[in-house]
Each structure stands twice: as C-alpha cells, then as structure tokens.
Design a protein around this ligand. Sequence first.
Ligand code: ASP
Ligand code: MG
Length: 325
Amino acid sequence: MRIIVMKFGGSSLAEPEKIRVMAERALKARAGGFAVVMTVSAPADLTDDLVALSKLLTQAPEPREQDALLATGENISAALMAMAIQARGAKAGSLSGVQAGIRTGPRHGDAGIISVNPARILRELKKGKIVVAAGFQGVNKAGDIATLGRGGSDLTAVALARALKAEICELYTDVKGVYTANPAVVPQAKMMRQVSYDAVMELARCGTEVRQLRAIAYAKEHRIPLRLRSSFENGEGTLVGDFRCRGAKPEVTCFSIRKSGDSAWLHLIGANLKAPGIKSGIRATAAAAGHRLRKEIFAPDKITLVTGFRDGAPLLKALHKAFIR
Ligand code: ASP
Ligand code: MG
C-alpha cells in the first residue's frame, strides 16, 4: 500500500466550500493510487475562540479541561471532512487522536507524542476508506486527552507518516511553498523547489515559517519527506528533506526578517557561511546601499545582522539580489 499523509491547516477548512475543495484534493490523490490519510486542524480561528470562551469562565482553567475543550476543534473538522468525502460517493471515516492510536506524554497543553499505533488506521485503509485523523491531540497514560502545543496538527501529520511508513507527508496551507525571502518584502523572492530541514527549522525559529518547529524537528529526526504546498493552487510546492550542502562552497539559501523595537533583524540561512567572501560581500552590499550594521553574528549555517528599523527591508532586498541567483 502506498500511503500519503495530507495535512490541512485551519485556513484551508474555514468554510464548507473550502472543506469540499480539500476533500477533492484527497480524492485526487486516491485516484492517483495512494491510500490517503488526512490530518486536519480546527477551522480557522476556532482554537483561539475556544481559548477566549474558557477565559470568560475562569482565568485558570484546569489543563485537563482546557485540552478536552481545545481538541474538539479538530474533531469538528475531521467529521465534516469525512462527510464531504462521503457526499462525493467515496468511503471515509474520521478518527479522533485516541482512535488514531496516538499516545502522548503527560504535559497537558504541550504534550509530546510517545507512540503511534497505526493498526486502526491501517484497518480502515484496507476497507478502502480515506481516513481523516483529527490533528493536535492524543491520549496520555491517565487516559485523558492531551493536546500537542499550538500548531500541533503538523506534529500529528509527521508522526502518522512515520508510523504508517508513508511515502510522503504533505502540509497544505495558504502559501505556495517556502520562498527565498518573504515575497511581501522582496518581490523577486523565488519559491524553492527543495530545501533542507535545517533551513525550514531556522525559518520557523525566526517566525518566517508558520510550521510547528517541533514537527519539522521530528521530520528531520526520522527523515520523513515533507512537501509544503498550497491548498488553493496547483503548484508542486517545496520539498523538505536532507538536502545538506555537502561541499565546502558557501551558499546562502534563504533570508528571514523580523522587526523588533527600532531594529530590524535579518537572518541569512545557508551553509559554510563563515567563508571570508561572504562576510566581505555582506559588508560591501550594506555599505553600497548606505545601511549601517549594528551587529553581525556569523555561524556556519546562519548569519544574523541587526540594522535600523527602516534599513531592514531595503537591506534585505539588496542582499537578496547579491546572494540569490
Ligand atoms: N488548532 C490548533 C492551533 O490552532 C492546532 C493546529 O492548528 O495545528 O494551534
Ligand atoms: Mg489551528
């Protein structure tokens, strides 16, 4: 059985019409010969709304009850998705985290995944069903529902992909893939066809990538091939894998930018970045564009530059032009 795990974020499930479109995606993957396991997040802002709702009753909800509440968002998506697929005439079944065999550690609100027993999912797949697993949740040793930290459906997806020995784990959102820089700041930024786990983790750390850092680290540890792609467009997206740069050649892969107070923090992510040519290239580019660097930190896989708030975007553009071909 060739298994694919397809994970859809909340913005892809915000309305019934979107749920229908994602159901079509799953059906298409199945028509392409895959046994399909979907992982779904709660619709749009539902998780935030549930947090706000609990706060109307108590400022300090018991973590066990908070998890019982928050996990319902993903259950809603899973049941609705299964219905949408069934309405298209195909077999489908939703599973909560418990039903999907996901066992967690004890920490409510930010539990880790300890093990996944894929037996039930495999049974459903053999019956010809598309399985829709609720993301973000599992069951702990005490038999209680525990959630996996914000954005935790990504972790569900990669953990299922590992347990099911899936051929690929696809994470769908409203962006087309991973770019060499934020296209809103650098219009020339290019979508990368492939990128390393390390680079995506770095982007997640800097806040550029919205994928859960822990999920990418898990994928890296277990070498799960990931594809980050768009829910609404038909591109190939970005493949994330063990694409380390093997030689000694310096290489800038991508950039992130974050503004904080009166400063802009730029990160250049890549390999062999301590090479002297890189340092002088950065300084020359900054000087030519008239930007003063307040701070430079060089590591082999990441360079951090701090400049004035207003200098951030133009400096990023200049560096992108100089370093990305
Ligand atoms: N619904 C949860 C959250 O908003 C989990 C997820 O989206 O992956 O954090
Ligand atoms: Mg969500």
